[in-house]
Design a protein. Structure first.
Ligand code: GDP
Length: 440
Protein backbone atom coordinates (compact mmCIF):
# COMPACT_ATOMS: atom_id res chain seq x y z
CA UNK A 1 0.00 0.00 0.00
CA UNK A 2 1.26 3.44 -0.86
CA UNK A 3 2.03 5.77 2.04
CA UNK A 4 -0.53 8.51 2.46
CA UNK A 5 0.70 11.75 0.87
CA UNK A 6 0.38 14.77 3.15
CA UNK A 7 -1.94 17.41 1.80
CA UNK A 8 -0.65 20.80 0.80
CA UNK A 9 -1.27 23.65 3.18
CA UNK A 10 -1.16 27.42 2.80
CA UNK A 11 -1.47 30.39 5.14
CA UNK A 12 -0.47 34.02 5.47
CA UNK A 13 2.87 34.14 7.31
CA UNK A 14 2.50 37.83 8.16
CA UNK A 15 0.07 39.55 10.51
CA UNK A 16 -3.34 40.60 9.23
CA UNK A 17 -3.93 44.27 8.41
CA UNK A 18 -2.63 46.80 5.92
CA UNK A 19 1.09 46.48 5.24
CA UNK A 20 3.53 47.00 2.38
CA UNK A 21 4.00 43.30 1.92
CA UNK A 22 2.26 40.12 3.00
CA UNK A 23 3.76 36.68 2.66
CA UNK A 24 1.62 33.66 1.86
CA UNK A 25 3.40 30.40 2.45
CA UNK A 26 2.69 26.97 0.96
CA UNK A 27 4.01 23.58 2.03
CA UNK A 28 3.35 20.14 0.63
CA UNK A 29 3.61 18.11 -2.55
CA UNK A 30 1.18 20.25 -4.58
CA UNK A 31 3.06 23.51 -3.84
CA UNK A 32 4.96 23.46 -7.13
CA UNK A 33 1.81 22.84 -9.10
CA UNK A 34 0.01 25.68 -7.35
CA UNK A 35 2.88 28.11 -8.00
CA UNK A 36 2.99 27.18 -11.67
CA UNK A 37 -0.78 27.63 -11.90
CA UNK A 38 -0.70 31.17 -10.47
CA UNK A 39 2.74 32.38 -11.60
CA UNK A 40 3.10 30.70 -14.99
CA UNK A 41 6.12 28.60 -14.17
CA UNK A 42 8.31 27.65 -11.23
CA UNK A 43 11.14 30.03 -10.33
CA UNK A 44 14.61 28.51 -9.95
CA UNK A 45 15.11 27.01 -6.48
CA UNK A 46 15.77 29.47 -3.65
CA UNK A 47 15.73 32.57 -5.84
CA UNK A 48 13.09 35.27 -5.98
CA UNK A 49 11.20 35.85 -9.26
CA UNK A 50 9.11 38.86 -10.09
CA UNK A 51 5.80 37.74 -11.57
CA UNK A 52 2.25 38.76 -12.39
CA UNK A 53 -0.01 36.44 -10.42
CA UNK A 54 -3.13 35.30 -12.26
CA UNK A 55 -6.22 33.46 -11.21
CA UNK A 56 -5.78 30.13 -13.05
CA UNK A 57 -9.55 29.77 -13.57
CA UNK A 58 -10.56 33.19 -14.83
CA UNK A 59 -7.17 34.37 -16.08
CA UNK A 60 -7.64 37.60 -14.14
CA UNK A 61 -4.49 39.31 -12.89
CA UNK A 62 -4.31 39.30 -9.08
CA UNK A 63 -1.11 41.10 -8.12
CA UNK A 64 2.42 42.03 -9.01
CA UNK A 65 4.44 39.79 -6.72
CA UNK A 66 7.64 37.98 -5.84
CA UNK A 67 7.62 34.20 -5.77
CA UNK A 68 10.16 31.97 -4.05
CA UNK A 69 10.45 28.25 -4.49
CA UNK A 70 12.16 25.89 -2.01
CA UNK A 71 11.99 22.29 -3.20
CA UNK A 72 12.06 19.72 -0.37
CA UNK A 73 13.85 18.36 1.50
CA UNK A 74 15.98 21.54 1.74
CA UNK A 75 13.17 23.71 3.02
CA UNK A 76 11.93 24.92 6.35
CA UNK A 77 9.35 22.13 6.65
CA UNK A 78 11.29 19.53 4.69
CA UNK A 79 8.49 19.50 2.09
CA UNK A 80 8.18 21.49 -1.13
CA UNK A 81 7.67 25.06 0.07
CA UNK A 82 6.79 28.23 -1.79
CA UNK A 83 6.26 31.83 -0.77
CA UNK A 84 4.25 34.53 -2.48
CA UNK A 85 5.33 38.03 -1.44
CA UNK A 86 2.29 40.05 -2.37
CA UNK A 87 1.08 43.59 -1.63
CA UNK A 88 -0.20 43.58 1.93
CA UNK A 89 -3.81 44.62 1.46
CA UNK A 90 -6.80 42.61 2.48
CA UNK A 91 -8.11 42.45 -1.08
CA UNK A 92 -4.86 41.11 -2.55
CA UNK A 93 -4.39 38.56 0.21
CA UNK A 94 -8.00 37.40 -0.05
CA UNK A 95 -7.80 37.04 -3.85
CA UNK A 96 -4.55 35.02 -3.79
CA UNK A 97 -5.75 32.87 -0.90
CA UNK A 98 -9.03 32.15 -2.69
CA UNK A 99 -7.18 31.13 -5.86
CA UNK A 100 -4.94 28.79 -3.84
CA UNK A 101 -7.99 27.28 -2.15
CA UNK A 102 -9.43 26.50 -5.57
CA UNK A 103 -6.24 24.61 -6.43
CA UNK A 104 -7.17 22.04 -3.78
CA UNK A 105 -4.86 23.41 -1.11
CA UNK A 106 -5.98 23.53 2.51
CA UNK A 107 -5.67 26.43 4.94
CA UNK A 108 -3.01 25.51 7.51
CA UNK A 109 -3.94 24.98 11.15
CA UNK A 110 -2.06 27.06 13.75
CA UNK A 111 1.52 25.82 14.11
CA UNK A 112 1.14 23.35 11.26
CA UNK A 113 4.24 24.48 9.34
CA UNK A 114 6.41 24.03 12.43
CA UNK A 115 4.69 20.75 13.19
CA UNK A 116 5.62 19.45 9.75
CA UNK A 117 9.19 20.63 10.27
CA UNK A 118 9.28 18.58 13.47
CA UNK A 119 7.78 15.51 11.80
CA UNK A 120 10.38 15.79 9.04
CA UNK A 121 13.25 16.03 11.55
CA UNK A 122 14.02 19.66 10.73
CA UNK A 123 13.60 20.66 14.38
CA UNK A 124 13.25 18.93 17.71
CA UNK A 125 10.42 19.88 20.05
CA UNK A 126 12.63 22.24 22.05
CA UNK A 127 13.45 24.13 18.86
CA UNK A 128 9.81 24.14 17.77
CA UNK A 129 8.98 25.82 21.07
CA UNK A 130 11.81 28.28 20.45
CA UNK A 131 10.18 29.27 17.15
CA UNK A 132 7.03 30.20 19.09
CA UNK A 133 9.08 32.07 21.70
CA UNK A 134 11.05 33.95 19.06
CA UNK A 135 7.85 35.05 17.37
CA UNK A 136 6.52 36.22 20.74
CA UNK A 137 9.73 37.80 22.11
CA UNK A 138 9.14 41.32 23.37
CA UNK A 139 12.54 42.22 24.79
CA UNK A 140 16.17 41.72 23.78
CA UNK A 141 16.87 39.16 26.49
CA UNK A 142 13.85 37.09 25.46
CA UNK A 143 14.94 37.23 21.83
CA UNK A 144 18.46 36.10 22.71
CA UNK A 145 17.22 33.25 24.87
CA UNK A 146 14.80 32.00 22.20
CA UNK A 147 17.50 32.21 19.55
CA UNK A 148 19.91 30.20 21.69
CA UNK A 149 17.18 27.60 22.08
CA UNK A 150 16.50 27.61 18.35
CA UNK A 151 20.21 27.14 17.70
CA UNK A 152 19.69 23.80 19.39
CA UNK A 153 21.93 24.37 22.39
CA UNK A 154 19.25 23.49 24.90
CA UNK A 155 18.11 20.53 22.84
CA UNK A 156 21.72 19.35 22.54
CA UNK A 157 22.08 19.40 26.31
CA UNK A 158 18.97 17.26 26.70
CA UNK A 159 19.84 14.97 23.81
CA UNK A 160 23.33 14.54 25.27
CA UNK A 161 21.85 13.39 28.55
CA UNK A 162 19.42 11.17 26.74
CA UNK A 163 22.22 9.54 24.73
CA UNK A 164 24.30 8.93 27.83
CA UNK A 165 21.32 7.41 29.57
CA UNK A 166 20.60 5.19 26.63
CA UNK A 167 24.13 3.91 26.70
CA UNK A 168 23.91 3.17 30.43
CA UNK A 169 20.66 1.38 29.88
CA UNK A 170 22.07 -0.65 27.03
CA UNK A 171 25.05 -1.69 29.12
CA UNK A 172 22.92 -2.65 32.08
CA UNK A 173 20.48 -4.60 29.92
CA UNK A 174 23.35 -6.41 28.29
CA UNK A 175 24.67 -7.41 31.72
CA UNK A 176 21.20 -8.65 32.66
CA UNK A 177 20.31 -10.43 29.44
CA UNK A 178 23.64 -11.95 28.58
CA UNK A 179 25.29 -12.88 31.89
CA UNK A 180 27.36 -15.57 30.23
CA UNK A 181 28.91 -13.30 27.65
CA UNK A 182 32.36 -11.86 27.97
CA UNK A 183 31.30 -8.53 29.47
CA UNK A 184 33.53 -6.53 31.79
CA UNK A 185 32.70 -7.53 35.39
CA UNK A 186 32.63 -4.00 36.75
CA UNK A 187 29.95 -2.95 34.31
CA UNK A 188 27.20 -2.58 36.92
CA UNK A 189 29.36 -0.45 39.21
CA UNK A 190 30.26 1.79 36.29
CA UNK A 191 26.62 2.21 35.32
CA UNK A 192 25.79 3.19 38.92
CA UNK A 193 28.60 5.76 39.07
CA UNK A 194 27.55 7.33 35.78
CA UNK A 195 23.90 7.30 36.81
CA UNK A 196 24.84 9.26 39.93
CA UNK A 197 26.86 11.75 37.85
CA UNK A 198 23.98 12.25 35.43
CA UNK A 199 21.47 12.69 38.26
CA UNK A 200 23.72 15.36 39.77
CA UNK A 201 24.00 17.25 36.47
CA UNK A 202 20.25 17.25 35.92
CA UNK A 203 19.63 18.35 39.50
CA UNK A 204 22.08 21.22 39.05
CA UNK A 205 20.33 22.30 35.87
CA UNK A 206 16.99 22.20 37.71
CA UNK A 207 18.35 24.30 40.58
CA UNK A 208 18.71 27.39 38.40
CA UNK A 209 16.24 29.49 40.33
CA UNK A 210 13.80 29.29 37.39
CA UNK A 211 15.87 31.92 35.60
CA UNK A 212 15.09 30.75 32.06
CA UNK A 213 11.39 30.50 32.74
CA UNK A 214 11.43 33.92 34.39
CA UNK A 215 13.21 35.41 31.43
CA UNK A 216 10.53 33.97 29.20
CA UNK A 217 7.60 35.07 31.36
CA UNK A 218 8.97 38.21 33.01
CA UNK A 219 11.36 38.76 35.93
CA UNK A 220 9.44 39.57 39.10
CA UNK A 221 10.51 42.63 41.05
CA UNK A 222 8.39 43.28 44.15
CA UNK A 223 8.01 46.81 45.51
CA UNK A 224 7.61 46.47 49.26
CA UNK A 225 7.76 48.72 52.27
CA UNK A 226 5.62 50.43 54.88
CA UNK A 227 2.36 52.14 53.93
CA UNK A 228 2.65 55.61 52.43
CA UNK A 229 6.35 55.18 51.72
CA UNK A 230 5.57 55.90 48.07
CA UNK A 231 5.45 52.41 46.51
CA UNK A 232 2.56 53.15 44.15
CA UNK A 233 4.13 56.46 43.17
CA UNK A 234 7.38 54.66 42.38
CA UNK A 235 5.58 52.10 40.26
CA UNK A 236 3.93 54.90 38.32
CA UNK A 237 7.29 56.56 37.75
CA UNK A 238 8.85 53.34 36.49
CA UNK A 239 5.90 52.58 34.23
CA UNK A 240 6.00 56.05 32.75
CA UNK A 241 9.76 56.00 32.12
CA UNK A 242 9.94 52.76 30.23
CA UNK A 243 7.89 51.49 27.34
CA UNK A 244 5.18 49.30 28.80
CA UNK A 245 5.09 45.80 27.37
CA UNK A 246 1.73 45.19 25.84
CA UNK A 247 1.16 41.59 26.87
CA UNK A 248 -1.61 41.23 29.40
CA UNK A 249 -0.53 40.25 32.89
CA UNK A 250 -2.62 37.76 34.76
CA UNK A 251 -3.19 37.90 38.46
CA UNK A 252 -3.69 41.60 39.08
CA UNK A 253 -5.46 41.55 42.39
CA UNK A 254 -6.89 44.02 44.75
CA UNK A 255 -3.70 43.90 46.78
CA UNK A 256 -0.97 43.41 44.21
CA UNK A 257 -0.78 45.59 41.11
CA UNK A 258 1.56 44.57 38.32
CA UNK A 259 3.18 46.51 35.51
CA UNK A 260 5.36 44.87 32.86
CA UNK A 261 8.17 46.94 31.37
CA UNK A 262 11.22 46.44 29.21
CA UNK A 263 14.17 47.42 31.39
CA UNK A 264 17.49 47.48 29.52
CA UNK A 265 16.27 44.60 27.36
CA UNK A 266 14.95 42.49 30.22
CA UNK A 267 11.26 41.79 30.71
CA UNK A 268 10.43 43.00 34.21
CA UNK A 269 7.14 42.64 36.03
CA UNK A 270 7.00 45.15 38.87
CA UNK A 271 4.50 44.28 41.57
CA UNK A 272 3.32 46.97 43.93
CA UNK A 273 2.28 45.23 47.12
CA UNK A 274 0.08 46.32 49.96
CA UNK A 275 1.88 48.07 52.80
CA UNK A 276 3.76 45.94 55.27
CA UNK A 277 2.16 46.80 58.57
CA UNK A 278 0.76 44.75 61.39
CA UNK A 279 -2.87 45.48 61.93
CA UNK A 280 -5.92 43.90 63.41
CA UNK A 281 -7.94 44.44 60.25
CA UNK A 282 -8.65 41.10 58.57
CA UNK A 283 -8.57 42.43 55.03
CA UNK A 284 -5.41 44.42 55.62
CA UNK A 285 -3.87 41.38 57.23
CA UNK A 286 -4.64 39.36 54.09
CA UNK A 287 -3.07 42.10 51.96
CA UNK A 288 0.01 41.95 54.13
CA UNK A 289 0.22 38.19 53.84
CA UNK A 290 0.05 38.43 50.05
CA UNK A 291 2.65 41.18 49.99
CA UNK A 292 5.07 39.05 51.98
CA UNK A 293 4.45 35.99 49.78
CA UNK A 294 4.96 38.05 46.66
CA UNK A 295 8.15 39.57 48.02
CA UNK A 296 9.54 36.16 48.91
CA UNK A 297 8.80 34.76 45.46
CA UNK A 298 10.22 37.75 43.58
CA UNK A 299 13.63 37.71 41.99
CA UNK A 300 14.44 41.16 43.36
CA UNK A 301 12.87 43.45 45.88
CA UNK A 302 12.76 47.24 46.09
CA UNK A 303 12.26 48.08 49.74
CA UNK A 304 10.83 51.60 49.76
CA UNK A 305 10.78 53.75 52.88
CA UNK A 306 10.37 57.39 53.70
CA UNK A 307 13.83 58.98 53.82
CA UNK A 308 12.61 61.01 56.77
CA UNK A 309 12.07 57.79 58.78
CA UNK A 310 15.37 55.93 58.32
CA UNK A 311 14.41 53.49 61.09
CA UNK A 312 11.80 52.06 58.68
CA UNK A 313 14.64 50.65 56.57
CA UNK A 314 15.08 47.94 59.17
CA UNK A 315 11.99 46.25 57.75
CA UNK A 316 14.15 45.14 54.83
CA UNK A 317 16.18 42.92 57.14
CA UNK A 318 13.73 40.06 56.57
CA UNK A 319 15.13 39.75 53.02
CA UNK A 320 18.87 40.04 53.43
CA UNK A 321 21.24 39.85 50.47
CA UNK A 322 22.01 41.70 47.25
CA UNK A 323 18.56 41.06 45.81
CA UNK A 324 16.84 43.55 48.10
CA UNK A 325 17.59 47.14 47.13
CA UNK A 326 16.92 49.85 49.69
CA UNK A 327 15.09 52.86 48.28
CA UNK A 328 14.90 56.03 50.38
CA UNK A 329 11.99 58.04 48.96
CA UNK A 330 10.74 61.61 49.20
CA UNK A 331 14.13 63.33 49.10
CA UNK A 332 12.39 66.30 47.48
CA UNK A 333 11.26 67.24 50.98
CA UNK A 334 14.04 69.40 52.41
CA UNK A 335 13.91 67.76 55.82
CA UNK A 336 14.55 64.35 54.23
CA UNK A 337 17.74 65.09 52.35
CA UNK A 338 20.25 63.82 54.83
CA UNK A 339 18.10 61.08 56.29
CA UNK A 340 18.82 58.00 54.16
CA UNK A 341 21.09 55.34 55.65
CA UNK A 342 24.20 54.31 53.69
CA UNK A 343 23.55 51.82 50.92
CA UNK A 344 20.10 53.18 50.13
CA UNK A 345 19.26 54.70 46.77
CA UNK A 346 17.85 58.13 47.40
CA UNK A 347 15.09 59.33 45.11
CA UNK A 348 11.84 61.14 44.79
CA UNK A 349 8.93 59.26 43.30
CA UNK A 350 7.16 62.61 43.11
CA UNK A 351 9.68 64.60 41.05
CA UNK A 352 11.48 61.67 39.39
CA UNK A 353 14.86 62.66 40.79
CA UNK A 354 17.06 59.57 41.26
CA UNK A 355 14.84 57.30 39.16
CA UNK A 356 17.45 56.89 36.35
CA UNK A 357 19.99 55.77 38.99
CA UNK A 358 17.54 53.22 40.31
CA UNK A 359 16.90 51.88 36.80
CA UNK A 360 20.65 51.65 36.11
CA UNK A 361 21.31 49.84 39.40
CA UNK A 362 18.49 47.39 38.73
CA UNK A 363 19.73 46.74 35.19
CA UNK A 364 23.25 45.96 36.46
CA UNK A 365 21.95 43.52 39.08
CA UNK A 366 19.62 41.79 36.62
CA UNK A 367 22.40 41.47 34.05
CA UNK A 368 24.58 39.86 36.73
CA UNK A 369 21.90 37.29 37.39
CA UNK A 370 20.80 36.60 33.83
CA UNK A 371 23.69 37.25 31.52
CA UNK A 372 25.12 33.75 31.55
CA UNK A 373 26.26 31.60 28.70
CA UNK A 374 24.88 28.24 29.84
CA UNK A 375 21.54 27.35 28.28
CA UNK A 376 18.73 27.81 30.79
CA UNK A 377 15.67 25.75 31.35
CA UNK A 378 12.90 27.75 29.72
CA UNK A 379 9.63 25.92 30.18
CA UNK A 380 7.61 24.30 32.93
CA UNK A 381 7.05 21.38 30.54
CA UNK A 382 10.80 20.72 30.40
CA UNK A 383 11.13 21.17 34.15
CA UNK A 384 8.44 18.56 34.84
CA UNK A 385 10.12 16.05 32.52
CA UNK A 386 13.57 16.71 34.01
CA UNK A 387 12.23 16.35 37.53
CA UNK A 388 10.70 13.01 36.72
CA UNK A 389 13.96 11.94 35.04
CA UNK A 390 15.97 12.96 38.11
CA UNK A 391 13.53 11.10 40.39
CA UNK A 392 13.79 7.97 38.27
CA UNK A 393 17.59 8.15 38.29
CA UNK A 394 17.55 8.40 42.07
CA UNK A 395 15.19 5.41 42.31
CA UNK A 396 17.51 3.49 40.03
CA UNK A 397 20.43 4.23 42.35
CA UNK A 398 18.41 3.08 45.35
CA UNK A 399 17.11 -0.14 43.76
CA UNK A 400 18.62 -3.50 44.68
CA UNK A 401 17.95 -5.57 41.61
CA UNK A 402 19.58 -4.75 38.25
CA UNK A 403 16.21 -5.34 36.56
CA UNK A 404 14.61 -2.63 38.69
CA UNK A 405 17.55 -0.30 38.12
CA UNK A 406 17.18 -0.80 34.37
CA UNK A 407 13.45 -0.12 34.53
CA UNK A 408 14.05 3.22 36.27
CA UNK A 409 16.77 4.15 33.79
CA UNK A 410 14.27 3.44 31.04
CA UNK A 411 11.69 5.69 32.70
CA UNK A 412 14.28 8.45 33.08
CA UNK A 413 15.19 8.13 29.42
CA UNK A 414 11.52 8.30 28.38
CA UNK A 415 11.08 11.47 30.41
CA UNK A 416 14.02 13.12 28.65
CA UNK A 417 12.64 11.93 25.32
CA UNK A 418 9.40 13.76 26.05
CA UNK A 419 11.29 17.04 26.02
CA UNK A 420 12.83 16.70 22.59
CA UNK A 421 10.11 14.46 21.19
CA UNK A 422 12.58 11.78 20.21
CA UNK A 423 12.11 8.68 22.33
CA UNK A 424 11.89 5.44 20.50
CA UNK A 425 12.70 1.85 21.39
CA UNK A 426 14.47 1.58 18.07
CA UNK A 427 17.12 3.90 19.51
CA UNK A 428 17.73 1.48 22.34
CA UNK A 429 18.06 -1.45 19.99
CA UNK A 430 20.49 0.52 17.86
CA UNK A 431 22.75 1.19 20.81
CA UNK A 432 22.59 -2.36 22.08
CA UNK A 433 23.54 -3.79 18.73
CA UNK A 434 26.14 -1.17 17.93
CA UNK A 435 28.03 -1.38 21.22
CA UNK A 436 28.08 -5.12 21.64
CA UNK A 437 28.68 -7.85 19.16
CA UNK A 438 26.45 -10.23 21.02
CA UNK A 439 24.85 -11.89 18.03
CA UNK A 440 28.23 -13.07 16.76
P1 GDP B 1 2.31 53.62 49.14
O1 GDP B 1 1.28 53.46 50.19
O2 GDP B 1 3.64 53.14 49.65
O3 GDP B 1 1.95 53.02 47.82
O4 GDP B 1 2.52 55.18 48.94
P2 GDP B 1 1.94 56.15 47.81
O5 GDP B 1 2.68 56.01 46.55
O6 GDP B 1 0.47 56.00 47.77
O7 GDP B 1 2.33 57.54 48.44
C1 GDP B 1 1.88 57.97 49.72
C2 GDP B 1 1.88 59.49 49.78
O8 GDP B 1 3.22 60.00 49.66
C3 GDP B 1 1.12 60.13 48.63
O9 GDP B 1 0.45 61.26 49.14
C4 GDP B 1 2.22 60.53 47.65
O10 GDP B 1 1.86 61.63 46.87
C5 GDP B 1 3.35 60.87 48.57
N1 GDP B 1 4.65 60.66 47.95
C6 GDP B 1 5.08 59.54 47.32
N2 GDP B 1 6.36 59.69 46.87
C7 GDP B 1 6.71 60.97 47.24
C8 GDP B 1 7.91 61.74 47.07
O11 GDP B 1 8.92 61.29 46.50
N3 GDP B 1 7.91 62.98 47.59
C9 GDP B 1 6.82 63.51 48.23
N4 GDP B 1 6.93 64.74 48.68
N5 GDP B 1 5.70 62.81 48.40
C10 GDP B 1 5.63 61.55 47.91
Amino acid sequence: MEALQPDTIYAPATAAGRAAIAIIRLSGPASGHAVAALAGKLPPPRAARHVRLRDPDSGEELDDALVLWFPGPHSVTGEDVAEFHVHGSRAVIAAVMAALGRQGLRLAAPGEFTRRAFLNDKLDLVQAEAVADLAAAETEAQRRQALRQLDGRLGELYCGWSDRLLRLLAHLEAAIDFPDEDLPPEIEARVAAETAALAAEITRHLADGHRGERLRDGIAVAIVGPPNAGKSSLLNQLARREAAITSPIAGTTRDVIEVAIDLAGYPIVFADTAGLRDSGDVIEEEGRRRAVARAEAAELRLFVFDAGCPADAQGAAQWPGPDTLLVANKIDLAAHRDGPPPGALALSALTGEGIPDLIATLAVRIAEIYDIAAPLLTRARHRAALESAADALQRSLDADLPELRAEDLRLAWRSLGHITGRADVEDLLDVIFADFCLGK
